[in-house]
Design a protein around this ligand. Structure first.
Ligand SMILES: Cc1ncc(COP(=O)(O)O)c(C=O)c1O
Length: 295
């Protein structure tokens, strides 16, 4: 039942959908099916870690293109990074861990510039949270583009991360060869039933999106009030420069029961919580920063 229901929800034929045990499972299969030793994969850095991991598993070469000064995908640099041996290019839109988005016109420019022999996967795991009006999902364009696939998941706005179910949307002639590296039985019955239930309640999404946008604005405002720089987030997390000693801050927060995502740099990822969680985060942050010293 999930296939027809999701197809209806997305406005695509059911043969345009491929399900997997989470989007990460699909990303691995896509990378394994399209690349290998002697080929390369282009994606932004920092971005979703699975692009790097799956490229390593496939034995392909990773071509990591630094984000620009605003923590956004550098589309010109990504186009320039495509080589003769490039078979796959990931666009994480909006991007994890920075929360920044690529305007749709820029994704189209990239699709126009990249050879058709390069599969472009636009990862829209967080697309529901985007409020920028120059962004929209690429799902409706998969029939018009010969090398476009779109990844989405039930793990984010639908809250089913623990059940592991995601999907790739593309034309059947592109999907078929991509599926060859997927073992059978990866999307469990339980996950499918949960996804069907989630799709029956899409009327609740608007409220979740609004709650997230309010929490995100509060988080950004609080960070800015403390003189901490933030990237423009369109997701359910905020990328911020909390302190020059990020490890001390991460550990200090952890000892107070607050978990944030370290990135190995001064910039860290903070997930949007409920109003009381956000208040708790700022209390803990203030205590930790006053102990460690000013940023
Ligand atoms: C950008 C991005 N894409 C895809 C995924 C995959 O999510 P899942 O494997 O839970 O469907 C994630 C999860 O963190 C993500 O951040």
């Amino acid at each position: 039942r999930l296939g027809p229901m999701l197809a209806d929800h997305l406005g695509v034929p059911v043969d345009h959908l491929w399900f997997g045990g989470g989007g990460a499972n699909i990303l691995l299969c896509v990378t394994l099916s399209t690349t290998g030793p002697g080929s390369s994969v282009v994606y932004a850095h920092p971005s979703f870690l699975v692009y790097r991991l799956s490229t390593a598993v496939a034995g392909a070469e990773r071509v990591e293109v630094p984000l620009d000064g605003e923590h956004r995908h550098d589309i010109d640099a990504m186009i320039a990074a495509v080589r003769d041996d490039t078979r796959l290019l990931y666009v994480c839109n909006p991007n994890n861990p920075t929360g920044t988005h690529v305007p749709t016109s820029e994704v189209l420019r990239l699709l126009d510039a990249v050879p058709e022999s390069v599969l472009v996967v636009v990862d829209e795991a967080y697309h529901h949270y985007v409020e920028a009006d120059d962004y929209w999902s690429m799902v409706s364009l998969v029939d018009e583009r010969p090398n476009l696939a779109v990844l989405q998941t039930f793990s984010k706005i639908y809250g089913l991360a623990g059940l592991r179910i995601g999907y790739l949307i593309s034309r059947p002639d592109l999907l078929d060869p991509l599926r060859k590296t997927q073992l059978p039985f990866t999307a469990t019955n339980l996950a499918q039933v949960a996804a069907v239930a989630a799709l029956r309640h899409t009327d609740r999404l608007a409220e979740r999106i609004e709650t997230n946008a309010d929490g995100r604005a509060e988080l950004v405002q609080g960070l800015k009030a403390r003189g901490m720089a933030t990237a423009d987030s369109q997701t359910n997390f905020v990328f911020a420069r909390l302190h020059d000693d990020p490890l001390a801050v991460t550990e200090g927060l952890l000892s107070r029961g607050v978990i944030i995502r370290p990135t190995g740099t001064a910039w860290q990822r903070i997930t949007v919580g409920t109003p009381s969680e956000i208040a708790e985060f700022f209390d803990a942050l203030d205590a930790v920063v006053s102990g460690v010293g000013s940023p």
